[in-house]
Each structure stands twice: as C-alpha cells, then as structure tokens.
Design a protein. Structure first.
Length: 253
C-alpha cells in the first residue's frame, strides 16, 4: 500500500475514531486540561501568521499607490516565498511592481490561519484528547510523518519506512502542521475554500474547511465528517467559559 506524506497517525487514534460519539465524555478533566494547554499555542501560531499577512497587505498597498519598497520589505517577501514554497526567482525589471503585486496575491492564499476549532478537532482525533504517549513525547498531535529516522515507526513497506516527526515543543509542532496545510498540494482545496471566504468578507469557517482536508486520511469523507462532528459536539461556542483556565482569550473562531 502506498502512503502520501504527511499521513495521520491513525493507529494511535483508531479507537477514538470508532467510538460512538454519544458515549464519549468531552468535558472530562483530561479534555479540559488538554484544550487549556493546547489552545494558547494554536493562537500564538495563528497570531504570527496574521502578522505576516498584515505585513504582506501593507506592502501590496504601497505598491498599488506607487510607493517604493525598503530593502527590509524585499527581504521579508523573499523569506515568505521560501517559507511558503512560492516562486523565489527575481521579478522582471520591466514589470516589477505588477509582478510583485500578483505574487503577494498568491502568497495571501497561503499565509492565512487555520481556524482554532479545526486545529483542536484534528489534535483530538489524531491523539485521542492528547492521551497518545507518542504525541506527547514528540509534540506531534497531528500524525505528521517523515522518511528520516526518528524513533517512532508509523508504517513500513518493503521499500519505505515512515517515522513520526518530532519537535522541540508544542509551538513548533503546531507551526509545522499549519505550514503543511498552507503549502502541500494535497490541501489546495482547503486553501481555495479559505480564499473564497476571504473574498466574500467571511471568517474562515472550521466546519466548511474540514472538507478541504479530505486527503489527510485514507478514510477521506469519513475522516472529514468525524472532524465536523467533533467541532459541532465537542467544541461549542462557549467552550472558553466552560474549559479554559485563561479567560482573557477571545472567543473561538
């Protein structure tokens, strides 16, 4: 059987995936602690992305109004292109302003947040409310894999072995997860759905965007429906009031 990278760590969460929704207890002490610890890091990563996005929009506004760019701004654009796997060649001199404006448009489709509820839902499904020892030890709650040896074997074939990625901390794990969604060809549908919401002046919707992760798992529609069910039944609008230790955070997206 052939696997695409990244492939979720299904063997860790398979018991949760098969569990009837009504029999689960989403507001146990474990669930409260998991979300309380996890959500602030999700917001931290999303805030970093929003700062990058705002900077891109400001640079684009300058170009559209005929202003020039500072060297630091050109350097920022180059870093964004490299980080989000966009063209890194130098724009043509004759059409520099137009080309950079178009490149920023393309970048804005990738430099954007993943809704908090969707991040939480995937982490819950993939790690069983954070109970997976492998997820805790590697700070990898989404089943992201690599071919480079890392200690935790996810799956093997005659020619290839996939290992669970490991990160120095939870922030780094969530950051790589969002970068995966924002750059991998497998999740282009997710980015198109999100961009269309932005064009309509809407906030990215977690339930709708779950459809864009259909290639995250070989379960495909069953997997995305599981995410939507978790969002609807386990992550209500008043989740902060009921669960979080830090009430100063704003409402979930």
């Amino acid at each position: 059987m052939r696997f695409r990278l990244p492939i979720p760590l299904l063997f860790i969460s398979i018991g949760f995936l098969c569990l009837p929704l009504k029999s689960a207890k989403p507001f146990t002490k474990v669930g409260k602690e998991f979300i309380a610890d996890f959500l602030p890091q999700v917001r931290r990563v999303n805030l970093d992305i929003l700062f990058q996005r705002a900077h891109l929009i400001n640079i684009q506004k300058k170009l559209k109004t005929g202003q020039g760019l500072y060297v630091e701004e050109l350097g920022f654009l180059a870093k964004i292109a490299q980080r989000y796997k966009l063209p890194t060649d130098t724009p043509s001199f004759q059409n520099f302003r137009r080309d950079v404006i178009h490149r920023i448009d393309a970048a804005l489709n990738r430099v954007d947040i993943v809704p908090e509820k969707l991040v939480l839902a995937q982490a819950i499904v993939e790690s069983g409310w954070g109970k997976s020892s492998a997820a805790r030890r590697t700070h990898n709650y989404f089943g992201l894999t690599q071919r480079r040896s890392n200690g935790f074997v996810v799956t093997q074939s005659e020619t290839t072995t996939y290992y669970l990625k490991s990160y120095p901390n939870l922030y780094a794990g969530i950051q790589d997860y969002m970068r995966t969604i924002n750059t991998f060809p497998s999740y282009k549908k997710f980015r198109v759905l999100r961009a269309n919401m932005r064009l309509k002046g809407q906030k990215p919707d977690a339930e709708i965007l779950a459809h864009g992760l259909i290639r995250w798992s070989e379960r495909r529609e069953l997997y995305t429906e599981k995410l939507r069910m978790v969002i609807r039944h386990y992550l209500p609008k008043d989740i902060e009031v009921r669960l979080l230790r830090e009430p100063q955070y704003s409402a979930l997206n």
